[in-house]
Design a protein around this ligand. Structure first.
Ligand SMILES: [Zn+2]
Length: 486
């Protein structure tokens, strides 16, 4: 029953109006609104409220339908379409009896006329509306405002009841009940999300519908093919080196870690904004980087970044206050300093760079547009393109477009090192609402790619999913940093 979209077809002019039912089911089923006000033509209230109750989109619920006869007697039956019971004569006693049965939903086809209800009865309606159960209240009125006015006039406290949905019921030319509009209660009052236009078509304002809550996906790790199985680059191959790291001390080149070589007598660099010690990301001995990468000077390229980007420190370019990116001259004497912050492991794990694994990679389309334009579709440029991991040399894996730093003459800097936060995912899709089936679709996570060659990746320093590119100029004395969010 929960996905039965035909249940309310009798109240549509034809099947083309079923979007009305889809939205109504969506709101009731996925949002679970506590209160529904059905208002409009008196003749339409009973059939529409009854059908809505009997096909209420939730199983195993304790649902009751309350009907008031013209003489003021009240009939109660369990829904869907359960036995009717001649109930106590007055409305209040019937409602009190129902509430003792711990109902999930009470549908009142139409509130009895004012003169038939005592103040105590009205207070019971308020209690029923505010104490947990779902409540459908029918109300003969020509507009939503009139319906609320009518309810409020009966008892001022009813204005406190937060009706989640308001359904307008009408009568068509043949005298048959039909659904006319559906209004959704928002922070700014009721807004019409569905209405039947003059030509009979149903207009749905999907932009006003609430988002579908979808369960969070679970990551599932998957072993990627080894890097050595990558397609052979053919466009403009460059050598790229993936660091292997170890715990051995004494290496000049370090990826992360809680110690760093600094000039003798110097201090651990601090953020020029928040004043806290920066995180050491990289020290690279330029003399020791593998050929054929250029090593124009006998210096140490270093990058430190502030861990407080989430508190406003700028960490996205070499000149930012939360960045220290420079080349140290080795000739002046170096000393090992310790990070003043004791525990950096949440940000980056330590590792002396103990070696390099060499691969070849192609540029992405932005760095090889002329080639890409003429390349045949058989060239698998995506798979042979820039690796998305921590690496030395090669091509940038741009996340937000080509942004080479350039010398005064326009020639680009050389990519020295690329950092990648987080893991690489492949596949998966976002969840949502299946409009045709009227069911929620849970999202599925992409697989986390675990590379058997173990390229190292940073995590949670810039955005948790950023690519940071460290460039070096032709003289080997100046560094530039570009950080892009994936
Ligand atoms: Zn800072």
């Amino acid at each position: 029953m929960s996905n039965d979209l035909t249940a309310l077809d009798d109240f549509l002019e034809d099947e083309s109006q079923r979007d009305f039912t889809r939205v109504l089911r969506f709101l009731l089923y996925t949002q679970g609104y506590a209160h529904v006000l059905v208002y409009g033509a008196k003749e339409a209230l009973a059939p529409i409220t009854t059908r809505l109750t009997d096909t209420f989109p939730a199983l195993n619920k304790n649902v009751f339908l309350v009907t008031t006869t013209s003489s003021g007697e009240v009939l109660v039956r369990s829904a869907p379409a359960g036995d009717g019971a001649a109930a106590p004569l007055n409305f209040g006693a019937a409602l009190r009896a129902l509430m003792r049965q711990d109902p999930d939903t009470i549908a009142i086809i139409e509130l009895p006329a004012k003169e038939l209800m005592s103040d105590e009865d009205l207070q019971l309606v308020v209690n029923a509306a505010m104490t947990g159960q779902q409540l459908l209240i029918g109300c003969a009125a020509s507009s939503l405002a009139a319906a609320r006015e009518y309810l409020d006039a009966q008892h001022s406290e009813l204005s406190m009841v937060q009706f989640g949905l308001a359904l307008e019921a009408g009568i068509n030319a043949e005298g048959k009940p039909r659904l006319v509009s559906l209004q959704l209660r928002t922070a700014s009052g009721f807004v019409p999300v569905v209405h039947v236009s003059h030509d009979g078509s149903v207009v749905v304002h999907k932009e006003l519908l609430p988002e579908v809550p979808t369960p969070a996906p679970l990551p599932s790790p998957r072993l990627a093919p080894p890097l050595s199985k990558r397609p052979v680059p053919t466009i403009d191959p460059r050598p790229v080196f993936i660091p292997t790291v170890g715990s051995s001390d004494g290496a000049n080149s370090m990826l992360g870690g809680t110690t760093a070589l600094r000039l003798a007598g110097g201090e651990w660099p601090r953020c020029r904004s928040c004043g806290e010690p920066l995180v050491h990301l990289l020290t690279l001995d330029l003399e020791a980087i593998p050929a054929p990468l250029p090593s124009p000077t006998a210096g140490l390229a270093q990058l430190f970044v502030c861990a407080n980007a989430d508190r406003g420190c700028k960490v996205f370019a070499e000149s930012d206050e939360g960045v220290c990116a420079l080349v140290l001259e080795k000739s002046t004497g170096l000393t090992t300093l310790h990070d003043p912050v004791a525990d950096r492991h949440a940000v980056i794990a330590p590792g002396a760079i103990t070696g390099w694994d060499e691969y070849q990679e192609d540029p992405d389309d932005q760095d090889a547009p002329a080639v890409a334009d003429t390349a045949s579709s058989t060239v698998n440029s995506d798979d042979a393109g820039p690796l998305l991991c921590d690496k030395l040399g090669g091509w940038p894996a741009w996340a937000q477009g080509n942004g080479w730093p350039r010398h005064a003459d326009g020639s680009p800097y050389t990519l020295l090192f690329q950092f990648h936060e987080g893991g690489v995912r492949s596949g998966g899709f976002s969840g949502g609402w299946d409009y045709e089936q009227a069911v929620t679709i849970p999202s599925t996570s992409g697989d986390l790619i675990v590379d058997p060659n173990l390229p190292r990746r940073l995590h949670d320093l810039w955005s948790g999913d950023a690519v940071a590119l460290l460039f070096i100029d032709a003289t080997g004395t100046k560094l530039a940093l570009r950080v892009q969010m994936s």
